[in-house]
Design a binder for this molecule. Structure first.
Ligand SMILES: [Zn+2]
Length: 473
């Protein structure tokens, strides 16, 4: 809502003493004010405070356009969108202008004529910061018309000459004048569009069907690209590359702790959920660890990357399987277990690319390897194997335990009674008395023993049986 006492004409705006300022100066000023007052410029962005954000701030203080280079799922789009936090809440524009003209120095022909005619009585309106952001995903079929502009055939039919600026139908970038325009995956733009973009940024003119029209737009251009596509010779025309003042490299979360914070913040939450959800810390660690293992794997295409969206979607998946179980078994709390993890194939397979020699048929095995390795790594962080020696002895003496994703938590409590010596390790993992959490902790210990080759595991349809590990194998 714009307050009613804001100036409504150029005359009123002058009388109020309002001064318009160039976009980069506005962003720079607001950035410095935010730094002074300790306000967050990129709220909710985790893990970039010492690396990416200082570089963005330097670019903004320099008034440089930015290109973000990074693999998929490194919050590049979000960083670009969050730049609107650096804009004034509202700015005045000439009312009805297609390109948000500055009331004190209009650049489009319509507004220049309007101001000549009406002077101080020219009406203005106020544009909010949310309205000053435009974006486009670059694809090879994006046209000059989409981004920059085209001749409007209707206006030509009305008898205007092609050279008349009023026949132009403005594209997305002029319509974002005095705002921020983001281009995702810049290298996918056709070369002639890149040339058009360069002319607009550098020469401040647009060329449409052979006509040159001077258009000194004030747009902050920001773009994103995959580093490999960007550095590939021939994908980006050199003058455009030179034009971007700052190249900022994004990265994946450095620690699983940061990965988990992002998973928690970004997972989709439903406010009307009747079922209580509880995720033990070790399950969060496993989900984050799976992604970190995938990011180090030579079997995965690392130049394309493994997005944090893999972690977020996998986290949602294991929680959902727990919710489904709680509903089916009429349990009180939904607590993810190790046996829910195979379901992450659905949320992982489409988001990662295998390296050339691997075909899709082998994907499941690779993901399953990550799951097992992640469990082992997390287990060895939480549990001391030697503490579980008495339990291993019981298995050697013939103990066998069956678990399943659809097995009622109460059954796990019965199992625990049959395994003296497991109480303490269980208590270390789980301080609650809840059967659901105990079930999850027991599955984690059993699988941890298996991944450390202390017990055997047999996979049967819908269940796993842990038993005696044959020493000779
Ligand atoms: Zn205008």
């Amino acid at each position: 809502m714009v307050s009613n006492n804001k100036p409504a004409t150029i005359g009123e705006l002058k009388a109020s003493g309002y001064r318009t300022r160039p976009l980069r100066q506005e962003m720079r000023h607001n950035l410095i004010e935010m730094i002074k007052s300790g306000k967050e410029i990129f709220p909710g962005i985790i893990g970039y405070s010492q690396s990416v954000i200082p570089q963005i701030e330097n670019a903004l203080i320099s008034g440089q356009d930015i290109i973000f280079l990074g693999e998929r799922g490194q919050a590049k789009s979000r960083l670009m969108r969050d730049l609107i936090n650096l804009l004034d809440e509202y700015i005045p524009v000439i009312k009805g202008c297609e390109i948000n003209d500055n009331p004190f120095s209009p650049i489009c022909k319509r507004c220049r004529e309007l101001v000549n005619e009406k002077g101080d009585a020219t009406e203005i309106s106020w544009l909010s910061r949310d309205e000053r952001f435009g974006e486009k995903l670059a694809t090879p079929d994006v046209t000059v018309g989409d981004l920059i502009g085209d001749v409007d055939p209707i206006k030509v039919a009305e008898g205007r000459y092609l050279s008349d600026e009023l026949t132009i139908h403005y594209g997305l970038i002029p319509r974002t004048n005095r705002g921020i325009f983001a281009i995702n995956e810049l290298p996918d733009l056709a070369e002639r569009i890149q040339v058009g973009l360069f002319n607009l940024m550098e020469e401040q003119d647009i060329q449409i069907r052979g006509y040159r029209v001077r258009l000194p737009l004030d747009v902050f251009l920001v773009a994103s690209a995959n580093p490999e596509d960007y550095t590939n010779r021939g994908r980006i025309i050199t003058p455009l590359k030179d034009r971007y003042g700052a190249q900022v490299r994004t990265h994946y979360p450095m620690t699983t702790g940061e990965e988990i914070s992002i998973m928690e913040a970004e997972r989709r939450k439903f406010t009307d959920d009747e079922i209580e959800i509880y995720v033990p810390q070790f399950m969060k660690d496993i989900v984050a660890e799976i992604t970190h293992l995938a990011r180090q794997s030579p079997d995965i295409n690392q130049s394309s990357g493994v997005s944090v969206r893999v972690s977020i979607a996998n986290y949602e998946t294991v929680i959902s399987n727990a919710v489904r179980r709680a509903v089916i078994l009429k349990e009180k709390i939904a607590v993810p277990r190790v046996s829910d993890l195979p379901y992450i194939h659905a949320s992982t397979d489409g988001k990662i690319e295998m390296e050339g020699s691997f075909d899709d048929a082998k994907n499941p095995n690779i993901i399953d390897t990550f799951i097992e390795k992640a469990i082992q790594k997390v287990f060895n962080r939480y549990c001391q194997l030697s503490m579980l020696d008495p339990v291993v002895v019981l298995f050697q003496k013939g103990l066998s335990v069956e678990v399943s994703e659809m097995l009622h938590s109460q059954f796990y409590l019965d199992m625990i009674k049959k395994i003296p010596g497991i109480e303490r390790p269980l208590k270390n993992l789980n301080k609650t008395e809840s059967p659901e959490v105990n079930a999850s902790a027991l599955e984690f210990i059993l699988e941890g023993l298996y991944t450390n080759k202390r017990v055997s595991k047999t996979r049967l349809p819908n269940k796993r049986v842990y038993g005696h590990k044959d020493e000779h194998i």
